[in-house]
Design a binder for this molecule. Sequence first.
Ligand SMILES: O=C[C@H](O)COP(=O)(O)O
Length: 318
Amino acid sequence: MSARNPGTKLDLERISKVRVNTQAVLKRAQQIQSMKTPKKQWQAAWLLKAVTCIDLTTLAGDDTPSNVHRLCLKAIQPVRYDLLKSMDMHDKGVTTGAVCVYPSRVADAVKTLKAANSSLPVASVATGFPAGQTPLETRLQEVRMAVDDGATEIDIVINRMLAITGQWEAMYDEICQFREACGDAHMKTILAIGELGTFTNVYKASLVSMMAGSDFIKTSTGKEAVNATYPVAIVMVRAIRDYFLSTGHKVGFKPAGGIRTAKESLVWLTLIKEELGNDWLCPHLFRLGASSLLADIERQIYHHVTGQYAAYHELPMA
Ligand SMILES: O=C[C@H](O)COP(=O)(O)O
């Protein structure tokens, strides 16, 4: 992870002046989607880059120690060894960016990774994920427990009620408290953009989250009706860029929810490169939150190496 974002004082005047031009955002998102993505070996290299940025996620009611165990092993060796060897990448330490689980499963993930001698970070969702509708003390306690169990990244959800009703000061105060509860763990703040109503609200929520010390801002929980979309990403990364220009602090970006295909991962990398530049194209500042993207990426890499498409059983996924 990159240097912590210390945050700033809440600048309500700046927040009140925010206006987002919807048509311009939609046009830019369309442009990004129609850009040519790399082909052949360059595409394979981009796909491996995408792999290193994945927060390999399982957030299901039926998660158990054994499926978390498998997820961790997949995160450590995300692409089949023989495929990496064909690309001369077998000794380059290709892993996903992190694994992401519910707080109750953090200890299971830490145990597996420790046994495998891996330093891969464990991220935990917290603060009443996905709705955030539990008392503040409960949400804070959840953060502390995940950290105590060994999570080094905490994905908090914002209180959407506060954002929708424009209570930015109260939202800032809550996020500052979450940041304190995280201690040394990096904090990713989930905006749940599908529930914020307008692009202007998304930009305001992004700015307030960064002012409160978020190390990353993240689009969605994956549980809302609308999750990671390119237009909303344009709004969020512009907020990241503006925050960087005014403070010098680089905040990371994590689109999450519904990202399933290798092709989409290439568009996401293009968006980051075009809007934030190469500095952000690394796991310290960019993550893809996804539960089933890796399978398709590995399939495309298999095709690149062998010229054939693999059956799904040939590429075991956690
Ligand atoms: O934070 C990650 C998301 O919950 C994953 O969503 P997904 O299952 O749609 O990939």
